[in-house]
Write a protein that binds this ligand. Structure first.
Ligand SMILES: NC(=[NH2+])NCCC[C@H](N)C(=O)O
Length: 408
């Protein structure tokens, strides 16, 4: 497998020592949430924003205290908004909305294009309401309510895991399934295309392809990628990713793992995450039922070839085989079924490994965290009562950009 060299970005596992991570501190976009729009915007309630920011700051501090470099998506985006081509791309994506009609599209383009880089970044993230638009006009504009969004906000941007994911030295800008998140990948695409920090990095995937979200992608070990398919990532998305990682020599096996199409299990990382080179914390209700299809490269050319697809077989068996280990150890979320269900819902499985046997987890999932500690995993516990209202934990809120290789 082509391994990234230690100074350039790249990630080959879930647990190699974390060096650099992309986060997004939630801001004005969360203040847009109301009881009328929170379902559509994929939040379970209306968070207390100042407290959510405090919790996020503590999360970021827990990482920097342990030597991890934290990149902030909004700051990088503001920097990149000085580049004319980048501005044009994200503005085009923001007005590419059939609700607007041509007149309002033109007015919105002019408004956004008139903003200084930092203000443009803010407007793209927090959205633009009808009464905030300078020079608003057109039929759609007149018929909208004053507080309606001309450009909708992106409150889920803090779940940086989903809008891009690194496989080896390349980054997959994803194609998000839910309309409320679709535009996030226009921002990550601009970032990876135009920010000098990522100059020369090849992109493995892109917006508007078959749906693929980073929360579904787990790098089980170097060369072995698990992809959950369910509410978000589609089998077509998993197939295209598989072809591309094989063609580029980034992996030898992709395990395609069906998960229930419901909110509680929206991504594979809501039911299982890696905490050691050979261990996962996993929701016990699915541990024995989870299946995997083992996909490897067929023989002919990667774009047209039939991939080799085998299975399904139990996930834990398929994973151990692909990883070439005897057994993938499982640490259960919760103890009894009710606690497990509660702690799974509160992202007890959604841990972010900082190194083998060292993981960040929400403090509220006390039973799961105790099980992790008992299994020899050191838990860095963070508060998440407000952050969690978006249904995402430490793994969802982070996109690793550079990890050390795990010792072979
Ligand atoms: N990787 C994850 N589990 N991300 C969680 C994303 C939560 C977000 N509210 C959504 O529904 O999309």
């Amino acid at each position: 497998m082509r391994a990234p060299n230690p100074t350039t970005p790249g990630v080959t596992s879930e647990v190699g020592r974390l060096r650099t991570v992309l986060l997004h501190r939630p801001g004005a976009e969360l203040r847009r949430l109301t009881p009328r729009n929170n379902d559509e915007l994929l939040f379970d309630g209306v968070p207390w924003v100042a407290r959510a920011q405090e919790e996020h700051d503590a999360f970021a501090a827990a990482l920097t205290d342990r030597g991890v470099e934290v990149l902030h998506l909004d700051r990088l985006l503001a920097e990149v908004m000085a580049v004319p081509a980048a501005r044009a791309e994200v503005i085009a994506a923001a007005v590419d909305d059939p609700r607007l009609g041509a007149t309002l599209q033109h007015a919105t383009t002019a408004h956004l294009d008139g903003l200084a880089p930092e203000d443009l970044a803010t407007a793209l993230i927090a959205g633009v309401a009808n009464d905030e638009l300078r020079g608003g006009r057109g039929l759609a504009y007149e018929l909208m309510g004053r507080g309606d969004f001309v450009v909708p906000p992106l409150p889920n941007l803090m779940f940086t895991r989903d809008s891009s994911v690194w496989v080896g030295g390349q980054v997959a800008v994803t194609s998000l399934a839910m309309p409320a998140r679709d535009r996030e990948s226009a921002l990550t695409a601009a970032l990876y295309t135009h920010h000098p920090r990522f100059a020369g990095v090849e992109q493995l995937y892109g917006p508007h392809l078959e749906h693929l979200e980073g929360g579904d992608v787990l790098l089980l070990s170097p060369g072995v990628v698990a992809v959950g398919v369910g509410e978000r990532t589609t089998p077509g998305g998993a197939e295209r990713l598989a072809r591309r990682v094989f063609a580029r020599g980034l992996a030898h096996t992709v395990l395609v793992v069906p998960i229930a199409q419901q909110r509680a299990t929206m991504h594979l990382d809501t039911v299982a995450t890696m905490v050691d080179v050979d261990a996962m914390v996993m929701y016990p209700a699915i541990a024995d039922r989870l299946q995997a299809w083992t996909v490897t490269a067929g023989d002919a050319s990667p774009d047209t070839a039939e991939l080799s697809v085998q299975g399904p077989q139990p996930f834990l068996i398929a994973a151990a085989q692909a990883m070439r280990i005897d057994r993938l150890r499982v640490i259960d979320t919760g103890l009894d079924p009710v606690t497990a269900e509660r702690e799974q819902w509160d992202d007890g499985n959604n841990t972010l490994a900082l190194a083998p046997r060292l993981a960040v987890a929400y403090e509220r999932n006390t039973v799961t965290n105790a099980a992790l500690e008992a299994a020899g995993i050191e838990v860095v516990a963070i508060a998440g009562s407000e952050l969690g209202s978006g249904r995402g934990g430490p793994r969802c809120m982070s996109c690793p950009v550079l990890r050390d290789a795990v010792p072979a």
